[in-house]
Write a protein that binds this ligand. Structure first.
Ligand code: GDP
Ligand code: GDP
Length: 436
């Protein structure tokens, strides 16, 4: 399992700019068909081959100019709880504000590693000014960084990655599907886990020696054998205010990273909201399998098409990742919970599916012939060969004369063709183009 790094600081110091630089992404993707802006607060970063998860806590604020200090305080405390290291971002052009002091006060108390980032140090004079942040009394170093031009980030990353503690690999004693139930507070995670575990007490075994914050339970029954991954927090009620916007997101990261398939539980009464999409985003970025469980279905007044319409709305919001099983359940009435398990296991099988190269080429080259990539600047694009990499999650490489000219829409066409021909339901697929 990887390290989790949280970026904290007051609004406008450059947290999201730093996040984008380190993850190499743009902040928000606008899903035009669905009309939703999906905030991207979670990403994977890589420095000298060492991968880690990065979370921009500021990205969770509704309106960055209008946050209550109390809210930030809770956010910072939760970030400390749930991450391995903190990047505390400040603005050299502004100096230390009362707000920075308030955050610093909290950070001084933690045993977690905190890195003071003097951002907007775009030139030598400003790099020199950064020294004033030593007065905060956090850590032994201040890192002058310019998130805009990238200077200073190398030194900062060397230090950060150098301090990562090698985590003991979780004992991979059993080669069984690892399934997690995730979702925001009150959607019914505990009720589901307890209902499943309560089905027959003697079919579950608590596995000893799992990590500090996760509980792994082996489940055998109904012809299934798998491991249920649970964060310690799942069965407890949140300590902090339940409405805290990014509670479920922060709490989900480790669980998601240590599972193969995540069952994302939604509350039928509320539908799929931005916060659920944030958790889905983490699942996709980690390329884990996914099943959507619409729980509390018993609470809805239902007419003939209620389920169909509900499902269509969810898929629309999830676009472009829509090839996902959606199951309507009631944890209290124990309706369709076994179906959820069966779906999760099917998704697990889809995720490890390997297509024979000959079969893959036979079908995909025909699909490419049927609908060719558009010529660019008078040049024809030819895809000659495709293969699936032997990776843990499905990755397909298309060998091509001009890979740089392949459009996203064409890549999606290829992905859809793969999904039409083989069962990859619930599994994010990577489609790569390589020069041949
Ligand atoms: P956040 O609210 O902390 O996430 O801050 P943003 O990342 O949205 O940045 C706030 C403003 O500061 C934006 O106008 C950025 O372009 C600007 N900014 C961020 N980093 C730098 C930097 O390194 N140098 C300069 N000059 N401006 C920056
Ligand atoms: P968690 O915070 O996600 O673990 O949610 P809980 O399992 O603690 O459930 C929160 C509340 O929702 C509890 O009062 C449950 O009894 C209730 N609940 C959970 N699942 C269902 C369901 O399927 N139908 C109904 N009506 N209530 C449910």
């Amino acid at each position: 399992m990887g390290n989790i790094v949280a970026i904290v600081g007051r609004p406008n110091v450059g947290k999201s700019t730093l996040f984008n630089r380190l993850t190499g992404t743009r902040k928000a993707i606008v899903n035009e068909t669905a009309g939703v802006t999906r905030d991207r607060n979670y990403g994977k970063a890589d420095w000298n081959g060492i991968e880690f998860s990065l979370i921009d806590t500021g990205g969770f604020s509704v309106n960055s100019d209008d946050i209550f200090e109390d809210e930030i305080r809770k956010q910072v405390m939760l970030a400390i709880d749930e991450s391995d290291a903190i990047l505390f971002v400040l603005d050299v052009r502004h100096g230390i504000t009362d707000f920075d002091e308030a955050v610093a006060k909290i950070l001084r108390r933690t045993k977690k590693k905190v890195y003071v980032i003097a951002n907007k140090a775009d030139n030598n004079e400003l790099i020199y000014t950064a020294n004033e942040f030593y007065s905060l009394g956090i850590g032994d170093m201040v890192y002058p960084v310019s998130s805009v031009n990238g200077s200073g980030t190398g030194e900062m990353l060397d230090a950060l990655v150098g301090d990562f503690i090698e985590k003991p690999e979780e004992e991979e004693e059993l080669d069984l599907p690892r399934i997690a139930f995730v979702g925001r507070p009150n959607v019914g995670k505990s009720s589901t886990v307890n209902a499943l575990l309560g089905v027959e007490r003697n079919i579950v075994t608590e596995i000893a020696g799992t990590t500090r914050d996760s509980i792994h339970t082996r489940f055998q029954g109904f012809g299934h054998d798998f491991i249920m991954v649970d964060t310690a927090g799942v069965r407890k009620k949140p300590k902090v205010n339940e409405d805290l916007e990014f509670y479920s997101v922060m709490r989900s990261i480790r669980t998601i990273e240590s599972s193969d398939v995540c069952v994302l539980i939604l509350d039928a009464v509320r539908g799929l909201e931005a916060q659920d999409l944030a958790v889905l985003d983490i699942i996709i970025k980690n390329r884990k399998g996914c099943v959507i469980m619409v729980n509390k279905w018993d609470l809805l007044q239902k007419e003939t098409n209620t389920m169909k319409e509900f499902e269509a709305e969810i898929r629309n919001k999830m676009a472009p990742f829509t090839d996902v099983p959606i199951i309507f359940t009631s944890a209290v009435e124990k309706v369709r919970l076994i179906k959820v398990l069966e779906s999760a296991i099917e998704v697990y099988e889809n995720r490890v599916r390997k297509i024979k190269t000959s079969e893959l080429n036979k079908i995909m080259l025909k699909a490419i012939e049927h609908y060719r990539p558009a010529a660019v600047k008078g040049k024809f694009i030819q895809i000659k060969f495709v293969s699936q990499l032997p990776t843990y999650a499905p990755t397909f490489v298309f060998y091509c004369n001009l890979p740089q000219y392949i459009q996203d829409s064409y890549r999606r066409y290829l992905e859809n063709q793969i999904r039409d021909n083989w069962n990859f339901s619930g599994v994010p697929i990577q489609v790569l183009m390589r020069k041949k």
